[in-house]
Design a protein around this ligand. Sequence first.
Ligand code: PEP
Ligand code: MG
Length: 585
Amino acid sequence: MQLKGVNAAPGLVMGPCLVLEEIHHPDFTHHSIADDLLEEEKNKVRIALDLAEKQLTAIRDRASAAGLEEQAAVMDAHLMMLGDPILTEGFLTSVESEHLPAVGAVQKGISAQADIFESLEDAYFRERAQDIRDIGRRLVNLLLGIEEPDISSLPEALILIARDITPSMMASVDTKNLLGIVAEIGGKTSHTAILANNMGIPAVLGCHDVVSVAKSQPSGARIAVDGSSGLVHIGLTDEMADSLRAEAERRAAVKASLAVLKDQPTVTKDGVHVQLAANVMGPGDVEKVLAVGGEGVGLYRTEFLFMDRDKAPDEEEQYLSYRTMIEGLGGKPVIIRTMDIGGDKSVDYLNIAKEENPFLGYRALRICLERDDLFLTQLRAILRAAVHGQALVMFPMVSSLDELRAAKAKVEQAKEQLKLRGETYADDIKVGIMIEIPSAAVIADVLIQEADFFSIGSNDLTQYTLAVDRMNEKISYLYNSFHPAMLRLIKSVIEPARAAGGDKFAGMCGEMAGDPRATLVLLGLGLQEFSVGPSGLLRIRKIITSVDFSYAKSVADKALTLGTAAEIEAYLAEALPEELKAFMV
Ligand code: PEP
Ligand code: MG
């Protein structure tokens, strides 16, 4: 059987799958048990506490052995809470005096304790509510005999299937054994897709019914995920498996043929150089960038350093990460984007209230400009790290000149603080902005007077320009970066940056920059820097180095006259030289 979803990260893989089911715990806090069952239920509580302790200790030890000290510390904290007699005796008392079953007693005790933590002034204690609920979830699972798979260590190489695979699951999953992912939720530029792209893991998202279809297969059944076409094949016959394997080999050969471009400059046939950089999540990606001859880092998404943990990294930890990245790039430029939390990237310990429209809400720079504790700490870490190579700082989600000025004032304030501390820092650091909100694109000529560079965030720019939520698979057919409005906006951002001259430049770090269908038109519009996921970098170099800039310009001029996304896409497919078509997957 074949299902179609959104082609979120390229690559064709085959293997067994692990289906993560959503677990809903029924509420047992209103159940009542007979007198003669009280002892039995109390015993169940004791056994669950004992098993939970064993599980937590095992996870803690595994994390420690793997050098994951943060994760080990969280498990230690959970163990401490689990050993708190106020909590555990409370469960037993509830069984005894309120005649609650073991599960109901745990649910009631956990919820009361979490409510107390949540009502406290101190942010640190408020954050503990989350830990208490985690412990409760573990105990209830044990009492109900529900097994929640631990994706941080997968038993074999497999494809992960779930209704939702969140960015934080991607940050913690066992990548060694992860062949591919399929989820019912998410679109092409959801952060799960972006992470999968950066990690080189094939992904199909927005794939309706995949959980129930996969579950209906006999255990051990193989599935195939084609992240390039968005197709998921479930219940493969031997014949299908053979033909997919041949296709995977063909694509691998095309990819391997690109390796010769690794050390070549990204120059068009008629001599125009563009900077071809990579998007990264952290120092762990340095090797991948160097392996493909990336000319720098065009987007370092620092928010991933803030995720999947229970408190923000301090200045020293951030400094070390940024320094490792900068030194790893050995003098090539690294654009460090300040944290872009919000939208689909949530961070529990920041206690950001749920919003109706998180992508239009309290996000990124909007949070930073209110939270000196987070923003100044990050800026100081970047300024200190920047003396170890070539680093630039970039702000996400700028919508006005006021915000750019406010953010730049914070950079100056961070420098003052470092000066007072007697630290060395990069006083002359370049400060740029993402252009991902239409208001910023429209006033690009004004913004470039006070910004050193632009990087077009086509992922958000598309969703805000077209009013199409980038996460919503129901309307994903409307999410299209080839819309004529996008081409015009991109042109209106590039032109003033080029006209400003000097070292100023306009780049792009959204997914469109790594889409081979867009390379000709972006090149022709005069884009000076492309920043793309490392795994797709060489095919962009292949296209740029195989054409003349003058040809790309004529293609862009023509594309700008067309009235629909479909016409533009069809024209660009036709305009791509025949010998480059093999590189489109
Ligand atoms: C973008 O919006 O294009 C971008 C690069 O930022 P992010 O995808 O992290 O929102
Ligand atoms: Mg963005």
